[in-house]
Design a protein around this ligand. Structure first.
Ligand code: HEM
Length: 61
């Protein structure tokens, strides 16, 4: 279970689907270097990423 941290993290609810798929795929491939998010991305399959992006882009900001 992830806890919401008390430092700055991006708002991702309601973001564009393609934007979210790209961001998570870049963390997964190591093309973005943020360590916490790389750990998240590495644990996800491409299908997981599409499912998460579908959900996040469907909820309001
Ligand atoms: C299901 C779990 C998670 C998902 C789906 C997720 C999703 C995302 C996405 C899509 C971005 C890119 C946002 C953007 O570029 O506008 C992002 C960035 C970020 N996330 Fe997460 N995240 C998750 C868990 C976490 C956790 C557990 C933390 C910290 C405790 C975290 C901290 C951050 C930070 C600090 C960034 C900015 C990194 C950077 O500058 O590259 N995330 N996250």
């Amino acid at each position: 279970m992830n806890a919401y941290p008390n430092y700055h993290v991006p708002r991702i609810a309601g973001q564009n689907y393609d934007y979210l798929v790209n961001a998570l795929t870049e963390y997964k491939k190591g093309e973005r270097n943020h360590p916490t998010m790389r750990a998240q991305g590495e644990s996800l399959s491409d299908q997981d990423i599409r499912n998460i992006a579908t959900y996040l882009s469907s909820i309001s900001k």
